[in-house]
Design a protein around this ligand. Structure first.
Ligand code: SF4
Length: 330
């Protein structure tokens, strides 16, 4: 294991999922009736979710726009990882308030982690907001928009036991046509003491591997040459046809599962010319099998984003990380 890890050349780098990053939708004109503008904050999972939202609403008669002033519906897909991330959204709402003054029919919605954390409080505190939807409620957006069109304010922040949006083909936003992210799981069961994710994104659910392979194949056929498999803790990926929720898999004693190393192999076999990356790994959950699979396939990039968080076992225990410096002393 030690040699293998050295061979794989694990790189030390800062967390690139900076919560200061902001992305907005691109112009998509297919002649649909209403224009959707999404501004996404935070991590790659959020950017990936915005592609799911765009896809769901594209099927409901929306095109996307990169110009907030042309939009009929404005969504802020928010992040709660730090107070600053939430403050940024509050400030952005002040600007949008000015737009709504000139365009009273503009529908303003808050999506993502801030929506899930604050729920109805957001509607109470921000009078300008018409709609609040948590990360597992995006299939409900057409209905919620309908409610707002009828003159109500709308909210859905229910967290799902099994939602993975497996059948939704994301509309690629901010794409360079070469690299793309594929969401393979949602939520996290780890409860690190400093982290809001288990509360805003719910329990861990893994996506059907066949839908992941199909998405990778589709991307390859469209000319993409690199995919990143995305999850809060990809090493914890576990799926069976009967159950995709990790807690329930364990409760039901289901052991015949597809694990992350198996999934990695399936995606690597899509085509040798498709490069595979994955993010994020967890020191407590990454297995030797993942490393051996990486070593076996040339098209799996020899790179692991492994947030060790601290080199001090006392601090790691306070963080509830589930490993010690001594046990994982690479
Ligand atoms: S493993 Fe990551 S996402 Fe899950 S609780 Fe810990 S820091 Fe948060």
């Amino acid at each position: 294991m030690e040699n293998l890890v050295t061979d794989l050349d694990i790189l030390d780098h800062n967390n690139t999922q900076a919560c200061d990053t902001v992305k907005k939708t691109e112009e998509l004109n297919t002649g649909k009736g209403r224009k959707l503008y999404i501004e996404s904050y935070g991590c790659q999972m959020n950017f990936s979710d915005s592609e799911i939202v765009a896809s769901i609403l594209h099927n409901e008669g929306f095109d996307t726009t990169s110009d907030i002033e042309k939009a009929d519906v404005v969504f802020l897909n928010t992040c709660s990882i730090r107070e600053k991330a939430e403050q940024t959204v509050r400030h952005r709402l002040i600007h949008i308030k000015g737009l709504k003054k000139h365009k009273p029919e503009l529908l303003v919605g808050i999506l993502g982690c801030m929506a899930e954390r604050l729920k109805t409080k957001l509607l109470e505190e921000e009078k300008l907001v018409d709609l609040v939807a948590g990360p597992d409620a995006y299939r409900d957006l057409p209905k919620l928009i309908g409610q707002v069109d009828e003159g109500d304010r709308a909210i859905n922040t229910f967290l799902s036991r099994d939602e993975t949006y497996a059948d939704v083909t994301p509309v690629r936003l901010n794409s360079n046509g070469v690299t793309a992210f594929i969401s393979i799981m949602r939520g996290c069961d780890n409860m690190c003491t400093f982290c809001v994710v288990p509360f805003t994104r719910g329990r861990e659910r893994s996506r059907d591997p066949q839908s992941i392979v199909a998405e990778a194949q589709d991307l390859f056929d469209k000319g993409y040459r690199e995919v990143t498999l995305l999850g809060q803790n990809v090493d914890s990926y576990k799926w069976s046809p009967e159950e995709n929720n990790k807690v329930w898999l364990e409760k039901k004693g289901i052991t015949n599962t597809v694990t992350f190393s198996m999934l990695l192999e399936m995606v690597a076999q899509v085509n040798p010319a498709l490069r595979i990356r994955f993010s994020t790994s967890h020191p407590k959950d990454i297995t030797d099998d993942v490393l051996y699979t990486m070593a076996r396939y040339d098209n799996i990039c020899k790179y692991i984003h492994l947030p060790v968080q601290s080199g001090n076992s006392r601090i790691l225990e306070m963080m509830n990380r589930g490993y010690t410096r001594e046990r994982n002393s690479w």
